[in-house]
Ligand binder design. Structure first.
Ligand code: CP3
Length: 350
C-alpha cells in the first residue's frame, strides 16, 4: 500500500475498523454515472463504456466528478465487474440500452480458453487509473477498489447477459456442481490477482459485489457465495493484513449473519430489503455495516427521503456504520437530491 502512516486515519477507514468517527462516513454505489451531466460529457468523448474504463485519464476524471460535486468521504474506482471476464479472454461488449453481452461459456471444455495469468497485464490501464487517483484525491477521501464476486460474475459469463433469474448459471451449478466449481475457483484466483493489483497501486479498501447472491438457496449460497468470499478474503488478508474488505451479498437476508461470521470480511453492505433493527442486533454486533437507502427514494427526494434516511441513521448511526444506498444510483436521479442527502448525513448528530 502506497499511503504512509503519519496522516490521521480517514473517516471511512475508522468506521471499517469498527471505530466511531466524528460522524458517519458517506459514499454511494454507482456515484459516478449517467445521472451526472459531466459524466455523460466524458462518456461521449470516450465513445464506449469500455473505452472509458480502459482510459486512465478519463476514468480518473469520472471517478473524481462526484467527489468534487458532493464531497463524498470515499471514491470508488471507475471500472466494471465485467472487466475480469474481458481480461480472461471472454470478450465483453456493452450495447447501448442492452447492457453487457458476452459469448456464453456453458461447458468445462471452454474453461481452458480462460487465462487468469493474463489479467494483470490486460488490466494495466485500470491499475494506472488507481495509481493516478491515489495521488489526485483529496487527503481525507478514501480510495475504494472493487471486483465482482465469483458467483455474480459467473452468472454473466454463463448466461452471456444479465437475466432476471440467473437461470443459465444455475442450470450448470445444479446439473454438474463440481464442474461449475472449477469456474468459481478460476474466478477466485482471477479476483485475487485483480484486487491485489489495485491495492499495490493505492486502493485503501475494497468492496466485492455479489449482486445475485440472494437468488441462491441455502446450500448453494454456502458453496458458491460464502466459500469463495471466504477464500478471497483469506488470500487478501495473508498479503495485506490491514486491508479492509467490504462485501455486498445482495438479497442474502438472514443468511447474511452466517456470511459475516464465516467470511472474515470487515464490513457488510446491506441491501434495501434488510430489516434494520435485526441488522443492528445480529450484524452490526459483528462489525461495521453499510447502507441502505432505497435508490428510488433518492429519485423521489423530499420528505420521504429525509424521513427514511434519518431512520437509518437512528437505527445504525451509533455503531460502526457507513451511510450508503441499498443498491446503485439509477440514471434518472436528480443530482440536487444527492447533494441534499449528503448534507443531511453530514449534519446528523447521534
Ligand atoms: O460505483 C461506481 O461508481 C463505480 C463503477 C461501477 C460500475 N459498475 C460502472 C458502470 C461499479 C462498482 C459497477 C459494478 C457492477 N457492474 C455490478 C455490481 C453492482 C450492481 O450494480 O449490482 C454489476 C452487476 C455490473 C454489470 C453491469 N455494468 C451492468 C449489468 C451494466 C448495464 C446496466 C446499466 O446501468 O447500464 C453495467 C454498465 C455500467 N457499469 C455503467 C456504469 C456507470 C453504465 C454504462 C454507461 O455509462 O453507458
Amino acid at each position: 500500500m502506497k499511503n504512509g502512516t503519519a496522516a490521521p486515519k480517514k473517516r471511512l477507514l475508522k468506521a471499517l475498523a469498527g471505530e466511531k468517527p466524528d460522524r458517519p462516513p458517506v459514499w454511494f454505489m454507482r456515484q459516478a454515472g449517467r445521472y451526472l451531466p459531466e459524466y455523460k460529457q466524458v462518456r461521449g468523448v470516450a465513445g464506449s463504456f469500455l473505452n472509458l474504463c480502459y482510459n486512465p485519464e478519463l476514468a480518473e476524471e469520472v471517478t473524481l466528478q462526484p467527489i468534487r460535486r458532493f464531497g463524498f468521504d470515499a471514491a470508488i474506482l471507475f471500472s466494471d465487474i465485467l472487466v475480469v471476464p474481458d481480461a480472461l479472454g471472454q470478450e465483453v461488449a456493452f450495447r447501448e440500452g442492452e447492457g453487457p453481452v458476452l459469448e456464453p461459456i456453458t461447458e468445462l471444455g471452454q474453461l481452458g480458453d480462460l487465462d487468469p495469468g493474463a489479467v494483470k497485464e490486460r488490466l494495466a490501464p485500470v491499475y494506472e487509473t488507481v495509481s493516478r487517483l491515489s495521488s489526485s484525491l483529496p487527503r481525507d477521501v478514501t480510495l475504494i477498489g472493487f471486483a465482482g464476486a465469483p458467483w455474480t460474475v459467473a452468472t454473466y459469463m454463463v448466461g452471456g447477459r444479465g437475466s432476471p433469474d440467473q437461470g443459465a448459471a444455475k442450470a450448470w451449478a445444479y446439473r454438474a456442481p463440481d464442474e461449475f466449481q472449477q469456474l468459481i475457483d478460476l474466478l477466485v484466483e482471477a479476483t485475487v490477482v485483480h484486487l491485489s493489483a489495485q491495492v499495490e497501486q493505492g486502493a485503501e479498501a475494497i468492496q466485492i459485489f455479489d449482486t445475485w447472491a440472494g437468488s441462491l438457496p441455502d446450500l448453494s449460497f454456502r458453496r458458491f457465495a460464502l466459500e469463495p468470499m471466504k477464500a478471497i478474503t483469506a488470500k487478501l488478508k495473508a498479503r495485506y493484513p490491514d486491508l479492509p474488505v467490504i462485501a455486498f451479498p445482495r438479497g442474502a437476508g438472514p443468511m447474511a449473519e452466517t456470511y459475516f461470521r464465516e467470511t472474515g470480511v470487515d464490513a457488510l453492505s446491506l441491501d434495501t430489503g434488510m430489516q434494520l433493527h435485526w441488522a443492528r442486533e445480529r450484524l452490526q454486533s459483528l462489525g461495521c455495516v453499510q447502507g441502505n437507502l432505497d435508490p428510488l427514494l433518492l429519485v423521489a427526494g423530499g420528505e420521504e427521503m429525509r424521513r427514511q434516511a434519518t431512520y437509518i441513521l437512528e437505527e445504525l448511526g451509533d455503531g460502526p456504520f457507513v451511510f450508503n444506498l441499498g443498491h446503485g444510483i439509477v440514471p434518472q436521479t436528480p443530482p440536487d437530491h444527492v447533494a441534499e442527502l449528503v448534507e443531511l448525513v453530514k449534519n446528523w448528530k447521534a
